[in-house]
Structure formats: C-alpha cells, structure tokens
Design a binder for this molecule. Structure first.
Ligand code: ISL
Length: 545
C-alpha cells in the first residue's frame, strides 16, 4: 500500500458551536477553539476536521450555507479563522474544512436570484421542475421533510431539496455552477487549509427523469447516480490534485464496490470515505453484523483505497451510549471501542468528547431539542395524530442532539463551556464526566486515548498492517479477536465487548510465541505467559506476538 501522511493520521472532529465559548454568547466559537488547541494537540491527533463555519442562517447548524467565502458571526471572523489556521499549523497539526456543495441555504444570493424568475441566469443553478398533473414531480421523501420538492407559487415550478426545504440542491449539470464551486474550493485551499470533508457528496448527481420510488421511505434513491464520478474526477483535476491535501467524502448508502469508485487510488477522485453501514444502518450493537461489515470493506478497499473508522459524529448518537455500555462499564467500554476503532484498518476519527467518554442525552421536552431533522419528524408524526410523548420517546435514542451537547470541561456551571446561556442544554452528568477530571486521572479515558494514539504514531503496523480475524472467534457474539501484520511485526487484538467475563484459549500455534502486552484497559492483567487468557467485562488488549 502506498504510504501517505494522512493514512498515518488520527482525525479529531470539532463541532465548534459546542466546543468552547470564548465570549459568553452561549455558542462555542473559533476563538474558543484556539484557546483549547493545546488540549487537542496533547491528545496526539494530527488533523482537525472543523464543521461548517461559513455564513449561514444556521437552520441546519451551518449545513445551510449562504456565503461560501465568509465566516458566520457566531463562529467569529475571517481574521480569527486565519489565526486558528496559523495556530493549528504552529502545533504541527492540519485543518480540514467541512464543505457543503450538494446544496446551499435558500437565503444564498444564488438561490434568491434563481427563484426570482424563470429566465434569471441562475435559474439553472438549482433544480426546477414543472408540476406533474398538479402534483410534485415524484414521490420522494427528503432526509428532513416529507417531500424532496417545494412548490414556488411565484414562478409556478418546484425546486428539489434532498434535505430541508431551506436547503435547495445545486444543479451539478450546470458547468457555470461547477466552475464557481471549484473557485470556492481553490479560495480556501489557497489560504492554506489541508483538505475538505465533503458533505453529502454521493448525492451530487440526480437521476434521469426522477422516477417514483417503490419504497419512498428508503431514501437510498437520492444516492449514487450515474454522472457523479465524472463530477468528482473533474473536481479532482481542476482542484484537488494541485495541492497536498486530504479529501474525505461523506457517502451514505454505498457498498464497498461503489466505495472503491470514490476512493480507488488509481481513480483520481477522493482520498477516503465515510460509509454508514454502521452508523445509519445498525441501530444498536450487533457484533456479528459489525464483523461482517468490517470484513466486506476490508476485502473491498484494502490496498486500493482508504476507509475511515468511526462510530459517532455530530449526526450520530455518542458511541458509548449507542454501541457500548454507558452505565457501570462506561470507562472500560469507551476504551474498548477506542481500541477497536484505532486497531481496525482505516483512518480513526474521534468526535469531540468521545475522548472523555461523553454520553447521549434524553431531554424531557421537544422544546429542548434543536436538531432540525428530529423536530421536523416530530411535527410530521404528531400531525398524523400520534401521541406527542410517544413520538418524542421514539425519536430520542437517535436524535442528532445526543452528540451535540456542549463539551464538559469541568464541574462548574455549564461545565465551563460558557459563562452565558448555552445554545443547547448540557448533559446533566458533567459533574461526573468532564475534562478536568480525566486530565487528573492517569487511568481516565482521555489518558487511554493518548496512549492509543501514541502507539499508532510509533507503529506502522496499526496503519499498514494486514488484518486477519482468528477463525475460532469469527462467529462469537462478544469476542472480537484479530491480528494486524506488517513484515515481521504481528499484533494480536482481543476485545470482549460484553458485560460478562470471557476466556480465550489460544490455539497451539500461539504457544511458541511469547505475547507482550502493549496496552490494556484494565490495570492488572497477566502477561499471558500461558495460552489461556481471562478477559474482564469490556476488556481490550493489544499484544505484540
Ligand atoms: O444523520 C444522518 C442520519 O441519521 C445521515 O444520514 C445524514 O443526514 C446524512 O449523511 C447527511 O449528513 C450531512 O448533511 C446534512 C447535515 O444536516 C448533516 O449534519 C451532515 O453531516 C445536510 O447538509
């Protein structure tokens, strides 16, 4: 496999509005992020992925951009952003920006022009269609609302939106529009950033004729249409290949075969991808399914293109709550999940707060939620006459706000996140889970992440080593046992993803080797001098063989 700086990196995602508020307005901001850069740097990460900071009416927390080359006042100013980039680089880290080019805000001047009349020069920058027999052109649901179409009374056509009504999709078939986007990308790259996370990138191409979907709730029909890869190749030719950067595509509903088209190293499109077979399609932990997903993606991409490893982000409930144990084994479980993500093949992503084992929330009223996806769904379901309390409960577990509550810095008011009124309520457990506490405890989740990341820095086997499961445990629902091998170096990873103890009898083949324990999330464990290893609940171990 070709070596690259970004393959050897660990990424830390900063959802800035919930990170650290420097001016007391209740929103985290770029100045606050600058103040906390040492905290991130000391974790050992290489790349910061910054969620959108562009000018925006902020209905979808920045994913509704109204000005691509300006910073939204809540986040700060261009000067502060430039200072941030400087300070990130000064610490030897890199910065990648989250860019949304599938859609804009309906307040973007392009859309206001496009909407103003049928013959406006920018009409074709968005997707406008006539009604069909007095109805919208097809039966599609959008991600955030009951239809992908919105009727415009003034010009008597409807426009297309994959997400909220306020997020009209751009028309990538229009060459002028594409040029403008490439210009914007170049604008940011020339400022010296180190890459992009490309939002909803699998949605750029739309299908010929917009046929009705058989199952309108299975919104896969929005994704992966022909023509998409021609856009990505053009984007790469016009922009990406002229810089030493990394690009990561958010690609929901792709299979490994399709994924390879996005990130195949010979294809000249993107560098890595996020697939969502776990976060979108596996509601709660399912070991056998997870193993199968890992196997298929490894087989599909290894040596040919790069994958990412993550179990949560700003859209998906915190991993220790959704996929681990956030009760009695929270600390052990958070460390086990980390061990797994950092030792499986792919580039590990850490979502802010994950490194101290932050957990999901259950607010008792819809008024305390902010997530547009959740709120729209709530209104839709309650509108059908369903019991509001029941609807609320059904949406809580996967609400995007689970991971959007503010960083818990210390056990003071608002967890030290803000001196003002936080834009969203905190998780009330901040007295127990906070950064100050983790920093003062040598056995904390944070300290474990530091060790894990340092291990990756010093051992290429974690990056480039081949992955192999030990066959005896392939069908085990609690134990995940695999090796990574690079040249003469072989590591054995043992994970007991369960509230029960377990024991592992290694095959005689391992008897000839001595196992050296490199890292474990339990303090006292034997050095496995014999071939039987007892594992505690949620125990994770990394051995060198
Ligand atoms: O969150 C999801 C489902 O729970 C995802 O499917 C997600 O909606 C989808 O992958 C697109 O997400 C991205 O684009 C959205 C934005 O709201 C999300 O925050 C962003 O990550 C629209 O720009």
């Amino acid at each position: 496999m070709n070596k690259n700086w970004w393959k050897q990196s660990v990424v830390y995602q900063v959802y800035w509005r919930s990170f650290y508020d420097s001016d007391g307005d209740g929103y985290g901001d770029l100045q606050g992020l600058i103040q906390k850069l040492d905290y991130i740097h000391e974790l050992g990460v290489d790349i910061i992925w910054l969620n959108p900071v562009y000018e925006s009416p902020d209905l979808d927390n920045g994913y509704d951009i109204s000005g691509y080359e300006a910073i939204m006042p809540k986040a700060g100013t261009m000067e502060i952003w430039e200072k941030l980039l400087f300070e990130v680089h000064a610490r030897g880290m890199k910065l990648i920006m989250d860019l949304v080019v599938n859609h804009t805000s309906d307040q973007h001047s392009w859309f206001l022009e496009s909407k103003s009349s049928r013959d406006n020069p920018k009409r074709d920058w968005y997707i406008w269609k006539d009604a069909k027999n007095g109805e919208v052109p097809n039966n599609w649901r959008s991600y955030f609302s009951p239809s992908t179409w919105e009727w415009d009374e003034a010009t008597e056509q409807c426009y297309f939106h994959s997400f909220a009504v306020e997020q009209p999709d751009l028309n990538w078939e229009n060459p002028e529009l594409r040029e403008e986007i490439y210009r914007t990308m170049t604008y940011w790259l020339d400022k010296g950033i180190d890459g992009f996370r490309l939002d909803a990138i699998a949605l750029l191409a739309k299908p010929e004729g917009y046929p009705d979907a058989e199952n309108r709730d299975d919104i896969q029909y929005l994704t992966n249409h022909p023509g998409l890869h021609a856009y990505l190749r053009e984007m790469n030719e016009r922009v990406f290949r002229h810089y030493d950067i990394v690009t990561v595509g958010e690609t929901a509903f792709v299979t490994p075969e399709e994924g390879l088209k996005y990130v195949g190293e010979h294809r000249g499109e993107l560098n890595m991808l996020f697939h969502f077979e776990v976060c979108d399609e596996m509601p709660s932990w399912d070991m056998l399914r997870f193993k199968d997903i890992q196997r298929r993606w490894y087989k599909g991409l290894w040596g040919k293109g790069s994958n990412s490893q993550f179990l949560n982000n700003h859209d998906h409930t915190r991993q220790v709550t959704r996929f681990g144990n956030d009760g009695p084994y929270r600390v052990e479980s958070a460390k086990l999940l980390a061990t797994m993500l950092h030792t499986l093949p792919g580039i590990p992503y850490i979502y802010q707060g994950e490194e101290i084992g932050m957990t999901g929330v259950k607010f008792d009223s819809i008024d305390h939620y902010n997530d547009i996806a959740m709120k729209n769904r709530y209104e839709e379901e309650v509108g059908k006459g369903r019991d509001p309390q029941e609807v609320l409960q059904s949406l809580q577990a996967l609400s995007r706000d689970n991971s959007r509550t503010p960083m818990q810095w210390e056990n003071t008011i608002h967890a030290g996140f803000t001196t003002g009124t936080p834009w969203i309520n905190l998780n009330p457990n901040y007295a127990e889970i906070n950064v100050a506490k983790d920093l003062s405890d040598p056995n904390s989740v944070y300290r474990y992440y530091q060790k894990l990341i340092a291990l990756r820095k010093n051992n290429e086997v974690m990056v480039y080593g081949q992955f192999e499961e030990l066959p005896e445990w392939m069908q085990n629902e609690h134990l995940y046992v695999y090796t990574r091998t690079l040249g003469d170096t072989r590591w054995l990873i043992l994970l007991n993803h369960s509230d029960e103890k377990s024991s592992i009898q290694l095959s005689p083949a391992y008897k000839d080797f001595s196992l050296k324990l490199l890292l474990s999330n339990y303090l006292a464990n034997d050095a496995a001098s014999n071939d039987r290893i007892e594992l505690n609940p949620h125990e994770a171990r990394i051995y060198e063989i």
